[in-house]
Design a binder for this molecule. Structure first.
Ligand SMILES: Cc1cc2nc3c(=O)[nH]c(=O)nc-3n(C[C@H](O)[C@H](O)[C@H](O)COP(=O)(O)OP(=O)(O)OC[C@H]3O[C@@H](n4cnc5c(N)ncnc54)[C@H](O)[C@@H]3O)c2cc1C
Length: 405
């Protein structure tokens, strides 16, 4: 598989991004730009080389989490206020996407955003704090296990059982899709106690991968089915029975923002490669770029990418300035960007013609396969729209002033 380095991204994309950084981060733009450069170099040197074999072997590389954690990036992301440094989260995720890291990038995001946010937000026991320290240092890989055979969008139906056995808790059940489940040292398991859904921290000794899914895309994410059977002490109960769903919602919110940012990065990669291909490939005596139908199609998509990025940065800027993260806004960004991401990947592969439909020549077909998962991970389109709809507020006075009864 040919891997194109970030250096292949053209100046226009760089300028767009830097403009966005200034818009979002104002006076702190300099350190943020340095952070992006550091991330980019690290990904290029240490993580991108892992991708071809991990995609081929459908394996998530634990060493990716170790390499990123060892440099202090995860600590930097989670330093500061209640949301840590959300700007750094977005930049790291964007760069994972722009490096075309697909499944590896999503796995890093699940560890750093979904799992770590739960540990940081709810882990008050010494055991949970120790695991948080390991996760931030990249010394342990963490995942979140919520889905089951009969539990997908509706997490309130969770069946994995949490029961009291003497002075211990027993957690038992089967989790359907868990990423990166086989590589994980700890799983944050959504389960049902007598008071309702809870979240329990289960170590690797209580986790048995029973099936490695042959997913269409995101092959280096290593999504598995996981049998959970563990006896744990009180300090492993991260979120008490009854409060589990609200807590999972918090973790999912960070996951959604990071996922959206990663898709933005992947769209940059696909779009720049497609534009360059149009400039180079000749048909009917001139570069494809001269054919208006193709040029304008990419222009339309790029206009939407630009707006999506501005939307993401504006949300992050608001939160960085002390605003709260709104569930419906995170959902709106995720669903809109994920759907755009699928379209962009498909169209960019399309303008490569037959070359966009073969493996090992360019990343287009993989970006296209990977893009589908964006509409499911962190909750499907319909669940995101439900969250957006939950924020609807009618205005009866306005209605009456305009509409005759
Ligand atoms: C590659 C991959 C990695 C994953 N990793 C993880 C992981 O690490 N941890 C984890 O816990 N889960 C993981 N999942 C599971 C993922 O979160 C679920 O697939 C997703 O939430 C949808 O659940 P489901 O597949 O059971 O679909 P279902 O809930 O059965 O839904 C099927 C379809 O019906 C729609 N639908 C459902 N209910 C409604 C409704 N009320 N109104 C309208 N439409 C509705 C859905 O949007 C969807 O399109 C992963 C999935 C994939 C594909």
């Amino acid at each position: 598989m040919t891997l194109l380095s970030n250096n292949h991204l053209d100046r226009r994309t760089e300028e767009q991004t830097d403009l966005g950084i200034q818009l979002a981060f104002g006076t702190t733009s300099r350190p943020v730009t340095d952070f992006r450069k550091r991330v980019r170099t690290l990904l290029e040197d240490r993580i991108s080389p892992l991708l071809p074999s991990c995609e081929r072997e459908r394996r998530f590389p634990r060493e990716a989490v170790a390499a990123l954690g060892a440099t202090g990036l995860f600590h930097e992301r989670w330093s500061g206020g209640p949301h840590g440094d959300l700007g750094r989260s977005v930049i790291l995720s964007e760069e994972l996407g722009r490096a075309g890291l697909g499944g590896i990038g999503i796995g890093v995001g699940l560890h750093l955003e979904a799992a770590t946010s739960l540990l940081r937000g709810f882990g008050s026991t010494p055991y949970a704090e120790e695991v948080l320290g390991l996760a931030l240092a990249g010394e342990s890989v963490c995942c979140v296990a919520t889905s089951e055979q009969y539990v997908g969008s509706d997490l309130s139906a969770v069946e994995t059982a949490l029961t009291r056995e003497g002075d211990h808790w027993r957690v038992r059940g089967d989790k359907w899709f868990v990423s990166p489940g086989a590589a994980a040292d700890f799983a944050l398991v959504l389960c049902r106690g007598s008071g309702g859904p809870a979240i329990v921290l289960v170590p690797r000794t209580g986790l048995t991968p029973t099936r490695r899914w042959r997913t269409t895309g995101m092959r280096s994410l290593e999504t598995v089915r996981l049998h959970v059977d563990a006896r744990v002490t009180d300090d492993a109960v991260l979120v008490r029975p009854g409060a589990g769903l609200a807590a999972v919602g918090q973790g999912l919110m960070y996951e959604r923002l990071a996922l959206a940012a990663q898709i933005l990065g992947a769209m940059d990669l696909a779009s720049v490669l497609a534009v360059t291909h149009l400039k180079r490939r000749k048909q009917f005596g001139s570069p494809l770029y001269r054919h208006q139908a193709l040029r304008l199609r990419l222009a339309d998509l790029n206009a939407q990418i630009l707006l999506a990025r501005r939307g993401m940065y504006a949300t992050v800027a608001e939160v960085s300035a002390g605003g709260r993260v709104s569930m419906s806004e995170a959902a709106a960004l995720k669903v809109t960007i994920a759907r755009l991401g699928e379209r962009v990947a498909s169209e960019c592969a399309h303008v490569f013609g037959g070359r966009g439909y073969v493996e090992d020549q360019n990343p287009l077909e993989r970006l296209w396969r990977d893009s589908k998962a964006g509409r499911l991970g962190g909750g499907s389109d319909e669940m995101m729209w439900e969250l957006v709809a939950a924020g609807f507020r009618p205005d009866h006075k306005l209605y009456d002033s305009w509409v005759k009864s």
